[in-house]
Design a protein around this ligand. Structure first.
Ligand code: GLA
Length: 400
């Protein structure tokens, strides 16, 4: 382990030790509590492609959700959080049947799925916490959902399978919470590995790992501080618009099974037959599919400048054609590109606020946060939070 990695592992252990103390304060200090960590993710390429069947290139990050879990002798489920107000106490047999708008909708959805798929479990106390900004486009919800599924697999003695955890997370978010999300987030949380980007083809769910030179490169995330709950509708609206674009284009692309299959030339040839919104959405998707393949090729041949250029082109397309940017995201994007050593940047996650991701050469890291922070502050009167992320080995039990 390098010096830096050892320091990070020690810091995660001490944060989790602290989390265990909070758990004992909240739920009593009987023995048997277990700790789990589940990462967030940042997506470098392939924006709004997962629910259109396209390819994406996320990495899991070394910030995420902490879970302290202890089984109970009855069938009660108690869920609490150090980060969010409100808690849940209910019997496994009487869990809320519908989402209520509370943070615990996410774990409750996962528990419903596990109970249905894997049989009855016993009651549990769970305390959630972590070091991942919530609602910032770093997939706090998938982090919570995959982490919940993993922890319950362990506590309930089920055979642990990453795919089963990913499926439980997806079901919870889509069917219970009602976000029409694609498959990227739980796959990234579950399957990404350090030193790589995950290549996930969302048409057939196939994955591979693409080497990512963590000694030469740094991934930074700049946070606008603006939060928008995905379930609020703007995200689902984009999903519906893409579905509409596909319906309008389908007659001209008979082989296509999803919008990802419709080439840019077909979109342009039939521009007049699409409504203006559908046309813009389809333009972004077709161009982003091409850019994402080009970005993968660039990374594989070590052409980092070409990779970064695809990221930045993605931002422009998200702003102009997909219309999910906001002035704060554009300001972070522009400020980042003005720093020597930045290879590319774009908004990440759904947009409408949240974060930009920046790829920069490692030696360009010093001074970067001040440069971007000062420019953002000039316009918006506050400093954005800027963090540097490493990759992460994925959701796991942590023994202190
Ligand atoms: C959100 C969703 C993802 C994905 C991104 C956009 O983060 O949860 O499934 O669609 O937006 O790329």
């Amino acid at each position: 382990m390098t010096g830096q990695r050892a320091t990070e592992a020690a810091s995660l252990s001490s944060s989790l030790a602290e989390h265990l103390l909070r758990f004992h304060e909240r739920f009593g200090d009987a023995p048997g509590a277990r700790l789990f960590f589940s990462p967030g993710r940042v997506n470098l390429m392939g924006a709004h492609l997962d629910y259109n069947g396209g390819p994406v290139m996320p990495m899991a990050i070394d910030r995420g959700t902490f879970l302290a879990v202890r089984s109970r002798s009855d069938r009660e489920v108690h869920l609490a959080s150090t980060l969010e107000a409100g808690s849940l106490a209910a019997s496994l047999d009487e869990l809320p049947a519908r989402a209520t708008g509370a943070w615990h909708d996410y774990p409750v959805g996962v528990i419903h799925h596990l109970l249905r798929e894997r049989g009855p479990g016993e009651g549990v106390d769970v305390l959630y916490g972590g070091n991942l900004p919530i609602g910032a486009g770093l997939s706090s919800s998938a982090s919570i959902c995959v982490g919940t599924a993993l922890a319950l697999h362990h506590v309930w003695g089920l055979e642990v399978s990453t795919l089963a955890c990913v499926e439980a997370a997806l079901w919870g978010e889509r069917e219970f919470v009602g976000v029409r999300c694609g498959i990227m987030d739980p796959y990234a949380v579950g399957f990404a590995r350090p030193g790589h980007l995950l290549w996930l083809d969302c048409k057939d769910s196939s994955t591979s790992l693409i080497p990512f030179d963590v000694d030469a490169l740094t991934v930074a995330v700049a946070d606008t501080g603006i939060r928008r709950d995905l379930a609020q509708g703007a995200f689902n609206e984009r999903v519906a618009e893409c579905a509409r674009a596909f319906e309008q284009l389908r007659p001209f692309a008979p082989e296509a099974t999803c919008l990802r299959d419709v080439e840019a030339s077909v979109v342009e040839a039939h521009a007049g037959e699409l409504d203006d919104t559908a046309l813009r959405r389809a333009r972004h998707v077709a161009a982003e599919v091409r850019r994402t393949f080009e970005a993968r090729d660039a990374l594989l041949r070590g052409d980092l400048a070409a990779f970064g250029a695809r990221m930045s082109a993605s931002h422009t397309s998200l702003r102009e054609d997909f219309e999910v940017s906001v002035p704060e995201l554009d300001a972070l994007f522009e400020a980042a590109l003005g720093w020597d050593g930045v290879l590319g940047s774009r908004l990440t996650g759904a947009g409408f606020g949240g974060c930009t991701v920046v790829l920069l050469r490692r030696e360009a890291r010093s001074g970067f946060a001040d440069h971007v922070g000062a420019r953002f502050e000039q316009r918006f009167g506050r400093r954005p939070r800027i963090s540097f992320f490493q990759g992460d080995p994925g959701p796991r039990p942590i023994d202190l």
